[in-house]
Each structure stands twice: as structure tokens, then as C-alpha cells.
Design a binder for this molecule. Structure first.
Ligand code: GTP
Ligand code: MG
Length: 595
């Protein structure tokens, strides 16, 4: 399968003027992803308990979709409601070494180094505090972003209104793109009855699928046509979906009945099929992400592989990161999730969200994870990775010509480090022990055909309310209005228990139909009391907590920027998303000004 091809040359890209505010019109970056949420069950990682997330009435939640989100991705339709930013935002900033603040949306291409936002002894800072970026000139930095904040009904503290299920995203106006992925089975606020219905639907789908497989295998010997069985399975799934969440859910669940790749990589019959039709799409997801077998080889398992490695000081992180320029990524196939090694304590300081209560009673160990219709895993080589610019408004971002992947998470969770690890560059993004380093929307162009974006972290108390508001505002505005945003990587520190602010952020993304994938970080960390098992329990607890609001979990994987763990897996996942994105036609629509 061919990975995304450059639609235009880099020079051309640089010459193009920065897109001027086209935000809200775009429905959603992910809607185009040929994704299909799926209710496959994953074995769970046993953890000791789980978190109790909100104080909100347990509206059981519905599938809010993360799953859906992931799959669906939609952005709130104009006028749609956007719950206010969840947590507290924190400033952050990539390392500024070379470029100039985005604001330079100007036509020019290469950003000039700008004074380090806080810079220090580091080389030229490429990033600048929001307020200083050009966009800020436009008045963005400190203003209440057009995003959520300015929208009615938004509340910076994310608790979503109970019964928000009714907030089902509106269909974006005349979107020429497939909305398959936008389907949102259920939304938060679903009643317990709805949840039970979802569970029943899942069971029905699973049963139907099993039946179809059985029929297929028997037909193989009997020579009978298995299409009837498959159809029956699909029908059953649809029926289940209808019960649980309506037609859309049924549609999504239908995907469940499609052949999918086995956990071990045993390609299913349709693994190479083209996207689009459900029948052709390989219903499988990347190994270890959402596939049925994922469960068995989930993050936890990853631990076992590298569990004994020693943890490293944060400062040494870069040195340990795997991959050098041009290095071929290994492990995209087969090795599944990575990792883990061990080590020391958390950096402290950055969390102010508070641990989530963990109690773990009675929750199922089976985690229903969304399944994406992506191409088979592939090895990815990062041949080129360059810093482009920094800005604080969507209007000042680079032209939306390529699929874009943004990294978000609490301050100090390892966003910039992950970018360096993925690209195999030590100093592409600015890393610091001090929370709040990244302060702008920093664009990096990879292989000249996709963007990686580093964002300010949230939850950094020291920034103060106003500062958090600022960062949150433009960050969320970015999420909800960047037309080419293909996927958000929500980083969650696996070395600490679930943090309320992370859960809130996940809910916010879901509510706003921003597709996201959870990337657990710092899998290598070890300290007293933090063993691989404890780390796994954090991962499990986080997932369980999410399931209190979502019917399905978004894809997730475990990583360690210090060890390079998860690099191949994540690059492969991104490659698949890029292909899906291209096929969706959304980029083309953006290019043609349709979105
Ligand atoms: N042990 C370990 N430390 C890590 C890992 N990833 C990041 N760190 C350390 O965590 C600290 C913060 O890393 P950053 O990449 O700057 O975090 P960030 O999320 O970009 O932070 P802000 O920009 O402030 O929001 C640094 O000291 C890193 O070395 C990891 O995988 N393992
Ligand atoms: Mg950073």
C-alpha cells in the first residue's frame, strides 16, 4: 500500500500563504477516515481498580465516542456546541531552534529563528510564547479564542451536561465526504439502559461474527456460499447497533463482521482491500491497537519485553531515543506494542488535576475498543523532518495540504519528546524538565507529506489561570477548526495513576468530535512502587475510567520516548491513517476549497 504521496512540493508549500481562518466550516477532520468503530472486546489488562471519573452522574456513557470519535471524527458543526475546554491548559512549547513563529504565516517559508520563548541556553528558539507570535499580532494570543471559549455553552471545565447525548453532532454542512467515520453511536449521557443495549449489541455482533466465521469454515468444506452467513452476521450486528445506538451504531458495528486481521498478523482475506466499501475495507485495525487480538498483546504485554531496562534521567532522554535520521523504523510489523522498562519517579509539578479515584469493582475486564479500517501495518521511514513554524491561531497555521497529527497532553507528559522519538531527531522539538516549555502550535513537516504538531500542554498550574486559558483557548480552537487534522495523539503518563484532567480532556475531545488516540508515555519509568505491573494498572485504570463515559475506547498504545518503544507501531499507525485520509477525499476537498 502506498503511503501518502506528496501533493505538492515543499517549496510550493512554503510559498503558499498561510491559510486564513477557515475554521469552523470544516466539519471534522476525521470524518473522512474510513474508520469503523467496532465493538470488539479486548482482553483487559488487569489492574487494580479503576477510576471514578466525574462527579457527574454516571450517565453511563455512551459511546462517546472516543471510539466514535476516533472513527468519526467530526468536528462540531457550526453552531454546534462545544463544551468548554476541559482541563486547565498549560503553556508549553517546542523547542525553538530554528523557525520563526508561525505567525509568519506570511508567504515565506522558512521560519526564522525567534527568540526562545523562555529560552535559555538552548539554540535559537523556534517557538515563542503565544503572545509573541505573529498570530498574536492578530490578537490571538490573549484573546479568548474563537474556539470553545467563545462559544455558548462552553465551559472551561469540561464536565459535560448530563444527557448530552442529545448533543449529537450536527452533520456538517454539505460535506462531500463520507460521513461514515462521523457516525457517533452514542454519546455521553446515555442511560444505563442504553449502555446495556450497547453491551447487548456487542454481544450480538460478536455472536453473529462467530457464527459467520463458523459458517464460513464449514462452507469451505461443503462448498456452500458463505455470503449468507456473513450477511446474517452483518444484519445481526446492525440490529444490535440499532438497539443500542441507532442506525449509525449499527453501521459501525457492521464493520465488526468484516474479516479482520488476526492478532498475530495473520492477514485476513480482505486485509489489502481498498477502503471505501465496508466489504472491501479490511476491517482490521493495526495490530495491537484495536484488533481483536490486541487485547492479548496489549500494552501490558509489551511490558514484558523490555521491562527490565533501567530508567533514565529525563535529560538523557534524547540520547536514548531510538532512531536516527533516516533510520528505518523497525517493528512496524509483528512486534506489536513495545515495551517497557522502568524507572524513576515522575517529574512532578505538572499535575494539578488530581488522581482519579480507583476502586475497580465490578468492571469488566473486557475493553471494547474501536477498530479502524486501515491498511495493513507497514514500516515507515522518516527521511525528513523539519520544523516549519510556530503560531497561536489556526489562521496562521501552514496551508492544510497534508494530513496533520497533533500531540496533546498534560504539561511534561512527553509530547515534545515523543515527536523527537518518532522523527528520530534529538532536538527537533524542545524538551525540558520544566513544565510549560511548549507554548505555541508548532508545525513539523515529515517526509514532505504530513505534519506533526506539538502543542502546549494543559494542567500546568504554575502558569496561572489566565495563562492556562490562553493556551487552552487556542489549542482547542485548533482542534475544532483545523481542517486537515487527521488525528490527535492524546498523551497520558503511564507512570502515574489516572488524572482527572486527562480524562476530562478525552471527554472534551469526544464531545467535540475530534478524533484521538491515546498514547501512554513513559513506559520505561521506574521508581519505588512503580513496577511494570503498577504501570499496567495505571493504563488499565485509565481505560476503565474512560469507559464510564465512552462505549468504546479509542485506539491506544504504550510508548517510551526514552527507549524508543512504540515508535514503529505509532509510525505505522499514522501511515495507515494518512492513507485512509487521502482516500477519503477530504484533503482534495480542502484543496478545492470545499471544506
Ligand atoms: N523516563 C522518561 N522520561 C520522559 C519520557 N518522555 C519525556 N520524558 C521526560 O519528561 C520531561 C518532559 O518532556 P517534554 O517532552 O518536554 O514534555 P512536554 O509534554 O512536551 O512538556 P510541555 O512542553 O511543557 O508541555 C523531560 O524531562 C523528558 O526527558 C519517557 O518516555 N521516559
Ligand atoms: Mg513540549
Amino acid at each position: 500500500m502506498q503511503l501518502g504521496m506528496p501533493c505538492c512540493s515543499l517549496p510550493a508549500l512554503h510559498q503558499e500563504r498561510i491559510l486564513s481562518g477557515r475554521r469552523a466550516s470544516c466539519s471534522n477532520a476525521a470524518s473522512h477516515l474510513p474508520v469503523a468503530p467496532q465493538a470488539s472486546r479486548q482482553s483487559a489488562i488487569h489492574s487494580g481498580g479503576h477510576g471514578r471519573l466525574h462527579s457527574e452522574p454516571a450517565t453511563a456513557g455512551a459511546a462517546r465516542g472516543s471510539t466514535v470519535v476516533v472513527a468519526a471524527a467530526g468536528r462540531p458543526a457550526p453552531g454546534g456546541k462545544r463544551p468548554g475546554p476541559p482541563g486547565k491548559g498549560s503553556p508549553g512549547g517546542p523547542k525553538g531552534t530554528k523557525g520563526k513563529p508561525s505567525g509568519s504565516s506570511g508567504s515565506s517559508a522558512k521560519p526564522k529563528p525567534k527568540a526562545p520563548g523562555g529560552g535559555s541556553s538552548r539554540p535559537p528558539q523556534r517557538q515563542q510564547p503565544a503572545s509573541s507570535s505573529r498570530s498574536s499580532a492578530g490578537g490571538d494570543a490573549g484573546r479568548a479564542g474563537p474556539g470553545a471559549a467563545s462559544k455558548p455553552g462552553l465551559s472551561p471545565k469540561m464536565p459535560r451536561p448530563a444527557g448530552s447525548s442529545a448533543e449529537a453532532p450536527e452533520q456538517p454542512p454539505s460535506s462531500a465526504l463520507s460521513r461514515l467515520a462521523v457516525a457517533k453511536p452514542m454519546t455521553r449521557g446515555s442511560s444505563p439502559a442504553e449502555l446495556r443495549a450497547v453491551a447487548a449489541a456487542r454481544d450480538a455482533a460478536d455472536a453473529a461474527e462467530a457464527k459467520a466465521r463458523k459458517a464460513k469454515s464449514s462452507s469451505a468444506t461443503s462448498g456452500s456460499d458463505d455470503s449468507a452467513a456473513a450477511a446474517a452476521a452483518a444484519a445481526a450486528a446492525v440490529a444490535g447497533g440499532a438497539v443500542a445506538g441507532g442506525p449509525l451504531l449499527g453501521r459501525l458495528m457492521t464493520a465488526n463482521t468484516l474479516p479482520r486481521e488476526g492478532a498475530d498478523g495473520a492477514a485476513s482475506s480482505s486485509s489489502s482491500s481498498s477502503s471505501g466499501s465496508s466489504s472491501g475495507a479490511s476491517a482490521l485495525a493495526l495490530k495491537g491497537l484495536a484488533g481483536p487480538g490486541a487485547a492479548s498483546r496489549g500494552p501490558q504485554q509489551a511490558d514484558q519485553e523490555g521491562a527490565e531496562e533501567e530508567a533514565e534521567e529525563h535529560e538523557d532522554l534524547d540520547e536514548d531515543a531510538e532512531g536516527e535520521e533516516g533510520e528505518e523504523d523497525e517493528g512496524a510489523e509483528g512486534d506489536g506494542f513495545l515495551l517497557v522498562a522502568d524507572e524513576d519517579a515522575g517529574e512532578g509539578g505538572a499535575h494539578d488535576g488530581g488522581d482519579v479515584d480507583v476502586d475497580g469493582e465490578g468492571e469488566s475486564d473486557l475493553f471494547p475498543e474501536i477498530q479502524l479500517n486501515l491498511p495493513p501495518p507497514t514500516k515507515v521511514k522518516v527521511k525528513a523532518a523539519e520544523y516549519m513554524q510556530s503560531c497561536v491561531t489556526v489562521a496562521d497555521c501552514p496551508p492544510p495540504r497534508y494530513p496533520e497529527f497533533a500531540v496533546i497532553g498534560r504539561s511534561n507528559v512527553g509530547k515534545s519528546s515523543l515527536i523527537n522519538m518518532l522523527t528520530g531527531r534529538k532536538d527537533l522539538a524542545l524538551v525540558s524538565k520544566e513544565p510549560g516549555k511548549t507554548k505555541c502550535i508548532n508545525h513539523f513537516i515529515i517526509n514532505e507529506n504530513w505534519y506533526l504538531v506539538d502543542l502546549p500542554g494543559y494542567g500546568f498550574a504554575k502558569v496561572g489561570f489566565q495563562g492556562r486559558q490562553q493556551f487552552e483557548t487556542f489549542t482547542k480552537e485548533y482542534f475544532t477548526s483545523r481542517p486537515n487534522l487527521a488525528m490527535v495523539l492524546l498523551l497520558v503518563d503511564a507512570s502515574i495513576p489516572p488524572q482527572r484532567i486527562d480524562l476530562e480532556y478525552a471527554n472534551w475531545l469526544t464531545d467535540n468530535e475530534v478524533p484521538f488516540t491515546i498514547v501512554f508515555t513513559k513506559a520505561d519509568k521506574r521508581r519505588k512502587g512503580l513496577t511494570a505491573a503498577v504501570r499496567d494498572s495505571h493504563v488499565t485504570a485509565f481505560k476503565r475510567s474512560l469507559l464510564r463515559d465512552l462505549a468504546y475506547l479509542p485506539p491506544s498504545l504504550l510508548t517510551s520516548a526514552a527507549r524508543g518503544l512504540g515508535r514503529g507501531e505509532l509510525l505505522s499507525f499514522i501511515a495507515g491513517l494518512r492513507v485512509a485520509y487521502e482516500r477519503s477525499g477530504r484533503l482534495e476537498a480542502i484543496r478545492q476549497g470545499m471544506i
